[in-house]
Design a protein around this ligand. Structure first.
Ligand code: NAD
Length: 253
């Protein structure tokens, strides 16, 4: 079987690390972009110990030069990605009336501009080789619902859902499918750099507010990424909510 190649942003820790490991276990070579070097090196070593090919590049996805260098290096060292997972994301929660414009802009730059830059760079390489592929964007249920004081993050995630259907249409006919996943609460405290990882603790209320009876784990998202990459040839422009049913639960207070 020909080795496939996945590029994962924010792949050093959290959900992205779970995605990187799941694709490595499925036989993919993995290219990780992240801003946390110790965690990136640790993820790289783990994948190499599994017998997989991988690279880590120190990349801020909001910076066009970083993204160009990462994708060029990935093509050169591993080959052209058939899958891109735009997972890197940050928030800047603050009382709405105090939210600084530069913090609002920074969240959009990483979450939205980063998704745009990486998708454009990878799509150019895929199209050059007429090979098609899959782009998976990690949005959030917060694209559709909110707690107070989360405007910068929610706006960025709504933009990612819109960017997803936009790119799905623009890239239609190239063989590149573009979809998004909107996770709910995914526990990542035990998926950080080993020196900073913590054992998660969830109360009964944390669990029972989810119809499935538990908080999510990175593998819940990774499985869906693999489905969208490998088994979803008739799916494009869609958003899949993976939240244990939390967002369809009716609440009367
Ligand atoms: N954990 C959740 O409950 C949850 C829910 C919904 C959506 N999400 C989304 O899932 C994605 C991953 O979240 P997570 O909880 O694993 O976060 P995390 O903070 O545990 O991991 C995010 C990773 O992205 C990296 N990163 C941050 N800024 C970057 C940049 N500019 N360039 C490259 N890498 C960068 C971080 O260094 C980190 O390794 C994010 O897009 C987040 O918004 C998470």
């Amino acid at each position: 079987m020909t080795e496939k190649i996945v590029a994962v942003t924010g792949g050093a820790q959290g959900i992205g690390r779970g995605i990187a490991y799941a694709f490595a276990e499925a036989g993919y070579a993995v290219s990780i972009a992240d801003t946390v070097r110790d965690a990136g090196d640790e993820a790289l070593t783990h994948i190499q110990k599994l017998g997989g090919r991988a690279l880590y590049d120190h990349v801020d996805v909001s910076r066009p030069d970083d993204v160009q260098r990462w994708i060029a290096r990935t093509v050169d060292e591993l080959g052209c990605p058939s899958v891109l997972v735009n997972n890197a994301g940050i928030n800047a929660n603050a009382p709405f009336l105090d939210l600084k414009v530069e913090d609002f802009d920074h969240v959009q730059a990483v979450n939205v501009r980063g998704t745009f830059l990486c998708s454009q760079a990878v799509a150019r390489e895929m199209i050059k080789r007429h090979q098609g592929g899959a782009i998976v964007n990690i949005a959030s249920t917060r694209a559709f619902m909110s707690e107070a004081d989360t405007e910068a993050y929610s706006a960025s995630k709504g933009a990612i859902v819109a960017l997803t259907h936009g790119m799905a249409i623009s890239l239609g006919g190239t063989g590149i499918r573009v979809n998004s996943i909107s996770p709910g609460w995914i526990e990542t405290s035990d998926w950080q750099f080993s020196g900073r990882a913590k054992a998660p603790h969830h109360s009964d209320a944390d669990k029972s507010q989810h119809p499935v009876g538990r908080v999510g784990v990175p593998d819940d998202i990774a499985r869906a990424c693999l489905f969208l990459a490998d088994d979803a040839g008739f799916v494009t422009g869609q958003n899949i909510i993976i939240d244990g049913g939390m967002s369809v639960k009716m609440i009367y207070v």
